[in-house]
Design a protein around this ligand. Structure first.
Ligand code: E4P
Length: 214
C-alpha cells in the first residue's frame, strides 16, 4: 500500500515528502479553505514538491462545469488528478476526462456499488471514506475490503484510496483490507512514526554509550 498525504498545507507536504513516504496528495474544498490561499497557487507549489498524482476537487455539480473546471487544473501538470463527486453528473464527467486522458479520483464513496460504477465510468482512483462511515456506526474498513474483493474478482485496475483516515489503526486495517493507497493527514503520519519503545530504546542506547566514555 502506498501513502498519499491528505492536506492542502504545503509545509506538511514538504515535511512528509522529505521522509520519502509520499506517493501523491489529495485535497478537498474544506482542506483548501482552511489554508485561505489561492488554490491554483497552492496546486503549483504542491506539484513542484511531489512527483505523483495530486487530486484537485471540482465544485461544480453538473458534468459540463466539472469538465471545464477540471481541465483548468489538468492544464497545470500531467500529475493533476481531477477529484469528482460520486453523482450521476460526476460519472458523466469521469467518462469525459477518461476520453481526454485526464486522471480522476471519484470521491465521497460510501458503498461498493458506487465504487464499481465509478470504476466502470473510467475512474483512475476511487476514494471510499472510512472515518465518516465509522462516524455513523458503520464499519468503514468493511467497505474497503468489499471494494478490494470486487475489484480483484473482476480484474478492475482502478486504484482504491482509503480516505477519511482518522488514526493509525485505520492505516493498518486499510493495508490488510487491500487498499492500494491510504491518504493520511499529517497528524496521522506523525502518530504512525512514533512508538514509546523506540523512544525508550534510543534513550537507553545513548545512556549506555555515555557510560562507556573514558
Ligand atoms: C480525501 O480525499 C478526503 O477528502 C478526506 O480524506 C476526507 O476526510 P475527513 O472525513 O476526515 O474530512
Amino acid at each position: 500500500m502506498k501513502f498519499f498525504i491528505d492536506t492542502a498545507n504545503v509545509e506538511e507536504i514538504r515535511l512528509a515528502n522529505d521522509m520519502g513516504i509520499v506517493s501523491g496528495v489529495t485535497t478537498n474544498p474544506s482542506l483548501v479553505a482552511k489554508e485561505g490561499r489561492d488554490f491554483i497557487q497552492v496546486l503549483k507549489e504542491i506539484l513542484s514538491i511531489v512527483d505523483g498524482p495530486v487530486s484537485a476537487e471540482v465544485i461544480s455539480l453538473d458534468a459540463k462545469g466539472m469538465v471545464e473546471e477540471g481541465m483548468k487544473f489538468a492544464e497545470l501538470h500531467e500529475n493533476i488528478t481531477v477529484k469528482v463527486p460520486m453523482t450521476a453528473e460526476g460519472l458523466k464527467a469521469v467518462k469525459e476526462f477518461a476520453a481526454r486522458g485526464v486522471k480522476t479520483n471519484v470521491t465521497l464513496i460510501f458503498s461498493a456499488n458506487q465504487a464499481l460504477l465509478a470504476a466502470r465510468a473510467g475512474a483512475t482512483f476511487v476514494s471510499p471514506f472510512v472515518g465518516r462511515l465509522d462516524d455513523i456506526s458503520q464499519e468503514g474498513i468493511d467497505l474497503i475490503r468489499d471494494i478490494a474483493d470486487i475489484f480483484n474478482i473482476h480484474d478492475i485496475k482502478t486504484e482504491i484510496i482509503s480516505a477519511s483516515i482518522r488514526h493509525p489503526m485505520h492505516v493498518t486495517q486499510s493495508a490488510l483490507a487491500g487498499a492500494h493507497i491510504a491518504t493520511c493527514p499529517y497528524s496521522v503520519i506523525e502518530k504512525m512514526i512514533k512508538h514509546p519503545l523506540t523512544d525508550q530504546g534510543i534513550e537507553r542506547f545513548l545512556a549506555d554509550w555515555g557510560k562507556m566514555k573514558g
